[in-house]
Design a protein. Structure first.
Length: 192
């Protein structure tokens, strides 16, 4: 396949994704996710962060998919946004570590709350989720089903299940963080 035909094929794929085609998005993800993971890993030196950022970057791409048809070189675009995401994640971790250290030194990471209060906050956050996100979250976190099992059970694509789970988790973390007035990173460590 020539460079020109590969470029035309990619532009067509981007056009399909921009139009909301989930299968095209899945093909785009399959084509780039491994390369992107290695690229992010080289910056962060963390497999976990790299995996999370790959999903975050592709979630951002999906949410802003209408912009894809105007992109001339997708691999360069992907390189730039993933590098920015990785650097932002490292900055955020550094800030959170600094806050955590400051709070730990002050001896007041989080006011003591009974376990019932913590679980009630989580339940309240889950109840606020849209129905499909809530169901995906419950099947993943409580029944420990895989993305593929959830997708099959709910009649969704695996990528949609991943997106719903990411959005649901972010919503829960945000809700709990606002309720107890601590940083989202600490919420993740304490509650989830």
């Amino acid at each position: 396949m020539s460079y020109r035909s590969a470029l035309n094929e990619e532009k067509e794929l981007l056009r399909q994704v921009a139009a909301g085609d989930e299968r095209a998005f899945s093909r785009l993800f399959d084509h780039y996710h491994q390369w992107l993971g290695m690229h992010i890993y080289r910056i962060t030196r963390s497999e976990q962060i790299a995996e999370e950022l790959v999903h975050d970057v592709f979630l951002k791409i999906w949410l802003n998919r209408e912009l894809l048809s105007g992109i001339e070189n997708f691999s360069v675009y992907l390189f730039v946004i993933s590098k920015n995401a990785a650097l932002n994640a490292l900055k955020k971790i550094a800030v959170e570590r600094s806050r955590f250290t400051d709070l730990d030194e002050a001896g007041d990471i989080m006011p003591e709350q009974p376990d019932d209060y913590r679980y009630a906050l989580i339940d309240e956050a889950i109840d606020r989720l849209p129905p499909q996100q809530r169901q995906v979250y419950m099947l993943s976190r409580h029944q420990r089903l895989s993305y593929s099992e959830i997708a099959l059970r709910m009649g969704l694509s695996r990528e949609t299940v991943k997106k719903y789970l990411q959005i649901a988790t972010a919503s829960i973390v945000t809700h709990i963080g606002k309720s107890v007035r601590i940083s989202p990173l600490l919420v993740i460590k304490i509650f989830l």
